[in-house]
Design a binder for this molecule. Structure first.
Ligand code: NAD
Ligand code: TYD
Length: 354
């Protein structure tokens, strides 16, 4: 690919996207990074305050579900590559309102693929790349043993997982049918700064901080494989630059935790950090009705990306979870704004459609 690339990153105001945008803007000053984001409840430009003034960064507010908009965007900016993260991302919301997931995750992805195909077809798909960011949830649920590999059959079981599986299939179909150079990575659960406090780790931290009940679904026996968000961003950097078009890469932390053990760990670290008597946060744990169709266990075999692209997570779990807690404790205003929705009112005044 050429040196001075124009890269479209979608969903760059969200949790993972903001870490990817920051990494690319700082590490590759010869690229221009365009961050396209609708700024839904999960998108917050405060996540990129340290990056927004950089010369090689442009924010574009827009909705990937609007095909007229995505077509016009690609013909005016003529991107060389896309890193596609924009999505509705929370399983519980997908159970309550699946249609938003169908629209953004499926229709939105196809709109981007069509816009990329129309633009890149002119140059016979030379020096371009469509990189789709996906989840391990497309593979379904594991029992007590085994790991998801790139060959695991798809078996999505929540509307979120089904919408991501569908978008993965469409990206592969556009690669095979039209020849769009495309690569996909499927990652395990992420944690770290700037994650909206509806997912397990930031929700638990926020509730401990505010002395609110800590909801644990069912018996808390379900298992997730947790990866620090900056390790995911470094894997995305490697896949983008060294991954082979047509290939899939699984990314995971090799770091499995039962939900209840993880919540207890957060409680004990936060008791110390907040100088509360040991056991006071754990007394907030409340077992609640299980999530419908709750997947038992996710765990990734990341040996392909380890071997082929020499990727490994940089730090240890304990160190990164402490960093994450410290970030939430010292960013009280961020938490207040996202839980009250104030950040959206502010940015609605600052930015209009393009
Ligand atoms: P997030 O919910 O924090 O952010 C999603 C971003 O997409 C937000 O900024 C939102 O405003 C934007 N967006 C939503 N709908 C849009 C639309 N119609 N048009 C334009 N922008 C829109 O999500 P996240 O946790 O950062 O996840 C990012 C990607 O990584 C998703 O594709 C998700 O499926 C995938 N993923 C997430 C995890 C995880 O643990 N969070 C793990 C594996 C893969
Ligand atoms: P979540 O962070 O929503 O990620 P995902 O469902 O995509 O894996 O949930 C992680 C695990 O924690 C999952 O097994 C559901 C469970 N969970 C709770 O027990 N309580 C909660 O309040 C939340 C949000 C999740």
């Amino acid at each position: 690919m050429k040196e001075a690339k124009k890269i479209l990153i979608t969903g760059g105001a969200g949790f993972i996207g903001s870490h990817v945008v920051r990494l690319f803007v700082k590490k590759y000053p010869h690229y221009h990074i365009y961050n396209l984001d609708k700024l839904t409840y999960a998108g917050n430009l405060a996540n990129l305050r340290d990056t927004e003034k950089e010369k090689n960064y442009t924010f574009i507010k827009g909705d990937i579900v609007d095909a007229g908009f995505t077509d016009e965007l690609f013909s005016s900016y003529r991107f060389d590559a896309v890193i596609h993260l924009a999505a509705e991302s929370h399983v519980d919301r997908s159970i309550v309102s699946p249609m938003e997931f169908i629209r953004t995750n499926i229709t939105g992805t196809v709109n981007l693929l069509n816009a990329a195909k129309n633009l890149w077809n002119e140059s016979k798909y030379e020096d371009v790349l469509f990189y789709h960011i996906s989840t391990d949830e497309v593979y379904g649920s594991l029992g007590t043993s085994g790991l998801f590999t790139e060959e695991s059959p798809y078996s999505p079981r929540s509307p979120y997982a089904a919408s991501k599986a569908s978008s993965d299939h469409l990206v592969r179909a556009y690669h095979h049918t039209y020849g769009i150079p495309a690569v996909i990575s499927n990652c395990s659960n992420n944690y770290g700064p700037c994650q909206f406090p509806e997912k397990l780790i930031p929700l638990t931290i926020n509730n401990i901080k505010n002395n609110k009940p800590l909801p644990v679904y069912g018996k808390g026996e379900n298992i997730r494989d947790w990866l620090y968000v900056e390790d995911h961003a470094s894997a995305i950097d490697l896949v983008f630059h060294k991954g082979k078009p047509g290939e899939t890469y699984n990314i995971g932390g090799e770091n499995e935790w039962k939900n209840i053990d993880l919540v207890k760990l957060l409680c004990s670290i936060m008791d110390k950090k907040m100088s509360r008597p040991e056991g006071s946060s754990a007394s907030l744990i409340t077992f609640v009705k299980d999530r419908p169709g709750h997947d038992i266990r996710y765990a990734i075999d990341a040996s392909k990306i380890h071997k082929e692209l020499s990727w490994s997570p940089a730090g240890g779990f304990r160190e990164n979870i402490e960093k994450t807690i410290d970030w939430y404790l010292s960013n009280e205003q961020w938490l207040k704004d996202v839980t009250s929705g104030d950040y959206q009112k502010y940015y609605e005044q600052q930015y209009t459609h393009r």
